[in-house]
Ligand binder design. Structure first.
Ligand code: AMP
Length: 131
């Protein structure tokens, strides 16, 4: 069965899309730790990040770099923090999270409550800066 993220890539499930090319896709996390919390995935469905082939993994990191640049250009922050968990969704993904301190990337923290209009506006702002 296709993962929830493959369904997002195929347009079967809606998402707040930030960036896309032939091999990769980036969209907002629906339970964000911070405004601009984004997930970057390969379109190819592989569960574990470190089981990706070398070309796909390196391409994913380079794609994530471009997404991170776009996020930091619209969300004030010190850094874009990077996390890989993959405990919930079995489709490789990288979390990109705007942070100002270590505690901003604590996954135990309560998630932000953003409404669809807010998420849509954030995604669009980031998307316009993606190069
Ligand atoms: P993990 O697999 O542990 O890295 O966690 C999966 C992440 O995906 C969580 O932060 C969820 O909030 C996020 N997530 C799950 N379903 C969706 C969805 N349909 N759209 C956006 N983000 C999602």
């Amino acid at each position: 069965m296709a993962s929830i993220f493959s369904k997002i890539v195929n347009g079967e499930i809606p998402s707040y899309r930030v960036a896309e090319d032939e091999k990769y896709f980036a969209f907002l996390d629906i339970n964000p730790l911070a405004e601009g919390h984004t997930l970057v995935i390969p379109k190819q469905e592989v569960d574990y990040l470190f089981n990706l082939d070398q070309e796909t993994l390196s391409g994913l990191v380079l794609f994530a770099q471009r997404v991170a640049k776009a996020i930091e250009s619209v969300i004030p922050c010190k850094r874009i923090g990077v996390a890989v968990l993959g405990l919930e969704v079995p489709h490789a993904h990288i979390h990109l999270i705007p942070i100002n301190s270590e505690s901003d990337i604590d996954f135990h923290k309560p998630k932000l409550k953003l409404n669809p209009e807010q998420l849509d506006a954030i995604a669009q702002k980031i998307a316009t800066k993606f190069e």
